[in-house]
Design a binder for this molecule. Structure first.
Ligand SMILES: [Zn+2]
Ligand SMILES: [Zn+2]
Length: 137
C-alpha cells in the first residue's frame, strides 16, 4: 500500500483511497481488464466508487504513463499496469489477452531509426489468434 501511494506521488498525482485501489488492482492482475471489470471487482469494497471515477482515474493514470491503455478488437479499452514495452497475444475466441516479450522489438526500433530517423515514442503490438485453452475445446 505504501509503495503504491509513493508511485502515485512520484507522478505528481493526488493520492486517494480509490486511486490506490484501482492501481493496486491493475498491479495484481495480468488479465488486462476493462474499466467495467475493474469497477465490478472494486465496488463491493468501495461502495462510493462510481464507474465515472474509474474511467476518469484510468485516463489520469494513462496520461501520467502509470498504465497502458490497450485498444483491442472489442468496444472497450483494456488496461495494463506494465508500462515497459511488451506485445499482446489476443485470443479471438475467449478474448483473453496474454503478455509476450518479443526480444526483436528493440532491434526493429533501431532499424527504423537508422533507416528513416523516425524516433518511436510509443508502440503497441498485437497478435490475434486462438489460445491454447480454446484449442482444447
Ligand atoms: Zn482463448
Ligand atoms: Zn500486457
Amino acid at each position: 500500500m505504501e509503495k503504491v501511494s509513493q508511485k502515485l506521488k512520484s507522478k505528481n498525482l493526488k493520492v486517494t483511497t480509490q486511486r490506490i485501489a484501482i492501481y493496486k488492482f491493475l498491479l495484481e492482475t495480468n488479465t488486462h481488464p476493462t474499466a467495467e471489470i475493474i469497477y465490478n471487482n472494486l465496488k463491493e469494497f468501495y461502495p462510493t466508487m462510481s464507474i465515472a471515477t474509474v474511467y476518469k482515474t484510468l485516463t489520469i493514470f494513462k496520461n501520467a504513463n502509470l498504465i497502458q491503455e490497450l485498444s483491442l478488437n472489442d468496444s472497450s479499452f483494456h488496461y495494463d499496469a506494465k508500462t515497459e514495452f511488451h506485445s499482446h497475444l489476443v485470443c479471438t475466441c475467449c478474448n483473453s489477452v496474454f503478455d509476450y516479450n518479443y526480444s526483436y522489438i528493440p532491434n526493429i526500433k533501431k532499424d527504423i531509426f537508422d533507416k528513416t530517423e523516425f524516433s518511436i515514442e510509443y508502440t503497441q503490438l498485437y497478435f490475434y489468434g486462438i489460445c491454447k485453452n480454446c484449442k482444447k475445446h
